[in-house]
Design a protein around this ligand. Structure first.
Ligand code: AMP
Length: 281
């Protein structure tokens, strides 16, 4: 497994693999790798001959006051995880490499970034769109693998790739969960034991909403109300949003007459947790 920090050698490794007839899969991450990331690597391993993982904590996607300084950086452990998962190349650039002095360009996707996390974390999704565009240029892969866990991010990247005609296929991978349903996240480590118990209510409430739809409930407002109540039953939960949206446009859907996505963001203690599920109408 190659571990590279510089752009020229990384691009050469990827284009070299392609020139020798291999398909290349890219898994962009911010490190602190867990089972969710590993599932993306496995998906890439299954579908591509050469797998590249990027580990870069992207300052552009953190707002002032968010947890950039405290974001975990266990690079040695991450490299072991990548090695065990059969990764061919890990790209771990420094901030100066990704954003050299004088850089002035950012990427903004309209529409799908307006609601959900886009309205709660200004600049966050622009930071993600920008870093992914840069990574797609440095590592010109055939496919990039993203988790449904960050659903708005996935939809935005798909939109960006279509709009800018970036020559890469975006592959969506299902959310990996703990046994009690909590979506695995690097930030779960910050939950206290009682907050951790409370955090399980997010997925429980989402699955309960899906069950209500199976039993005939079609009104988004009623489903959202019930979901909020289930989560608010815990003391330390502060709901940012619970919404039912079209899976592509991310516009709110009032009546569930088709397949939708139910998305939520909740603060528990000092953690901001997000989750979502598909609900078939
Ligand atoms: P991050 O390191 O948090 O930026 O995440 C890197 C990639 O891993 C993104 O595509 C995430 O959607 C994906 N990811 C994070 N957590 C999970 C999870 N629990 N299941 C599946 N994919 C995940």
């Amino acid at each position: 497994m190659q571990v590279l920090e510089d752009i020229t050698r990384t691009r050469r490794a990827v284009t070299g693999a392609e020139r020798s007839g291999q398909t290349v899969g890219l898994v962009p991450t911010m490190g602190a790798l867990h089972k969710g990331h590993v599932s993306l690597i496995h998906a890439a391993r299954e579908r591509c001959d050469f797998v590249a993982v990027t580990v870069f904590v992207n300052p552009l996607q953190f707002s002032v006051g968010e947890d950039l300084e405290n974001y975990p950086h266990p690079l040695e452990t991450d490299l072991k995880t990548c090695e065990q998962a059969g990764v061919d190349l890990v790209f771990t650039p420094g901030v100066e490499t990704m954003y050299p002095q004088g850089a002035q360009t950012t990427v903004h996707v309209e529409g799908v970034t307006r609601g959900l996390c886009g309205s709660k974390r200004p600049g966050h999704l622009d930071g993600v769109a920008t870093v992914c565009s840069i990574l797609f240029n440095i590592l010109p892969a055939d496919r990039a693998f993203f988790g449904e866990k960050d659903y708005q991010q996935l939809v935005m990247i798909r939109r960006m790739v279509r709009d800018l005609n970036q020559p890469i296929e975006i592959v969506a991978c299902p959310t990996i969960r703990e046994e009690d349903g909590l979506a695995i996240s690097s930030r779960n480590a910050y939950l206290s034991p009682s907050e951790r118990v409370q955090a399980a209510s997010l997925s429980r409430a989402l699955f309960a909403a899906a069950d209500r739809v199976k039993n005939g409930q079609r009104e988004a407002a009623a489903l959202i109300r019930a979901t909020r109540e289930e989560i608010q039953a815990g003391e330390s939960a502060e709901i940012e949003y619970v919404e039912i949206v079209d899976p592509e446009t991310l516009e709110p859907v009032p009546i569930l007459d088709r397949t939708v996505r139910m998305c939520l963001a909740v603060r528990i203690g000092r953690c901001r947790l997000i989750d979502n599920v598909e609900i078939r109408g």
